[in-house]
Design a protein around this ligand. Structure first.
Ligand code: ZN
Length: 487
């Protein structure tokens, strides 16, 4: 009997968590692959008026943010470069979709700007280059910034779309997915790929965000999300591929048709284009002006307060939350309009029904954010965060050291199923769990001790043949021994 009791107590103590589970042991670091997908202009709430079964399944299998906040100005190249670098636009320097030269008056539209290295390569490294320098293999398909050289280096496997490219063709979308999953991730064993789709931005511009055409395009996006996940499954990548799906900005309806007083700069009293050396106008709701020498105050005073929905700032006075001030490329006067308004130069030349570029605090400018994969929680909805934080999250997932950036992995760490490098708060949380487990172990140990003492006492009493003990108690103790020793 004493041997059985001893065995029981040893079993009990070994079963206690404080002894049986190593505490505080760091998680083994496993590097999974990472796919970053951008569906240009996919506003945070575009799934609310359309059936999106694939996005819904993805949310169940992973993480969904209520929305994310893009950088200002909320346009394509600048906002995508923030995703790739974790820097605000004033810090990464890709301040517009267009390259421009204020001396020669030359401007290059979005597509041609992709091939101007110095526009992109001005101090901030996109994640591809950082990953490659740290021994990983990176690729990029049609993502803004793909074509450029950065400090003499380029993304290892990269493709830009041809100049006349149909960004809406679903068959071409599937081919892109097949290329990334089959060739790049599987055959070439890339660690990171960024993948860009030009919709639902184009449809949102052309027909407006509340149009049936936009809703149809969201269905196409949803089918493609399903296709992406099926392709991952087909190539055996599901368990080792994290997928982040987000966008650069949202979209809002342009107010016209006599409903509002349009912003036409040339019609503002006291303003003259003769005072302007260079202008970037007629680009949705944002504009920049370089006045001729000595004309800054005159231009500024003419424009300031001239239209109730036009915000006019000297560059150095831009609201600090916009982070759009501190870069030499930003021109001395910055203009932006309230949601629904666009800034026209000489006369209205823009007829889009939907626009973006507005203040990043406007809800219509917020993109969506979804993530799924082995490193992410399942079925978790999280609150909003800024898209500057996506870069440090991606570096963390890839196990690479980030460049200097404006984000923090602490802003997204709660999305992760396991904390790989605990923050102080998380260490404290883990410590609390450890303490709880140790406490449970101590309680189990104490109960074992009580049990041993009780049993020993009972045995001792029986050996002494103590007739004064009440039978009921004795029976209970015997039953107890009987039950426990048969365990
Ligand atoms: Zn865009």
């Amino acid at each position: 009997m004493p041997a059985m009791l001893l065995a029981f107590c040893v079993c009990l103590l070994l079963a206690s968590p404080s002894l049986g589970v190593p505490l505080g042991e760091p998680h083994k670091r496993v590097r999974n692959k990472l796919l970053l997908v951008s569906f240009d202009g996919f506003r945070w709430d575009y799934d609310r008026d359309v059936d999106t079964p694939n996005l819904d399944i993805m949310a169940q299998d992973g993480v969904r943010a209520t929305y994310v906040t893009p950088p200002f100005i909320t346009i394509t190249s600048p906002a995508h470069f923030t995703l790739l670098t974790g820097r605000y636009i004033e810090n990464h320097g890709v301040i517009h979709n267009m390259w421009f030269n204020t001396t020669t008056q030359e401007k290059k539209q979005y597509y041609m700007t992709q091939f101007v290295d110095e526009w992109w390569d001005n101090g901030s490294l996109p994640i591809w280059i950082t990953a490659q320098r740290q021994g990983l293999k990176a690729g990029s398909l049609h993502f803004p910034g793909t074509a450029s050289l950065y400090q003499g280096e380029k993304v290892q496997v990269g493709e830009m779309e041809p100049i006349f490219y149909n960004h809406s063709n679903e068959t071409a979308w599937h081919e892109k997915v097949d290329k990334v999953m089959g060739s790049w991730f599987s055959e070439q064993d890339l660690d990171f790929v960024s993948l860009y789709f030009g919709e639902p931005d184009s449809t949102g511009h052309k027909y407006g965000p509340d149009s049936p055409q936009r809703r149809e395009m969201v269905k196409q996006v949803d089918r493609t999300v399903g296709y992406i996940r099926q392709a991952a499954q087909k190539h055996g990548l599901t368990d080792r591929l994290n997928i982040i799906i987000t966008a650069d900005h949202g979209m809002t309806t342009v107010l016209r048709n006599g409903l509002v007083k349009e912003i036409i700069i040339s019609k503002i009293p006291g303003f003259s284009f003769k005072d302007i050396k260079f202008q970037l106008l007629d680009y949705g709701p944002i504009g920049m002006l370089l006045p001729k020498e000595g004309m800054l105050e005159k231009v500024y005073n003419a424009l300031k307060g001239a239209h109730p929905n036009l915000h006019v700032y000297k560059k150095e006075d831009m609201p600090s939350y916009l982070h759009y001030s501190n870069h030499p490329r930003i021109l001395p006067i910055v203009l932006f309009a309230d949601p629904g308004f666009v800034i026209n130069g000489l006369f209205p030349v823009q007829f889009n029904k939907g626009e973006h570029g507005f203040d990043n605090q406007a809800m219509d400018m917020k993109p969506f954010f979804r993530a799924v994969g082995p490193d992410f929680h399942r079925n978790l909805v999280v609150g909003p965060f800024e898209t500057v934080h996506v870069y440090p999250l991606m570096c963390h997932l890839l196990g690479i050291t980030p460049e200097v950036n404006d984000g923090s992995v602490d802003a997204t760490r709660h999305l992760l199923a396991s904390f790989k490098d605990s923050s102080p708060a998380e260490r404290s949380e883990q410590g609390a769990v450890s303490r709880a487990l140790i406490g449970l172990g101590a309680v189990a140990g104490f109960l074992a001790l009580v049990f041993v003492v009780a049993v020993s006492h009972s045995t001792y009493k029986r050996r002494r043949g103590n007739r004064s003990c009440e039978g009921g108690v004795d029976t209970e103790e015997k039953d107890g021994i009987s039950t426990q020793t048969s365990f």
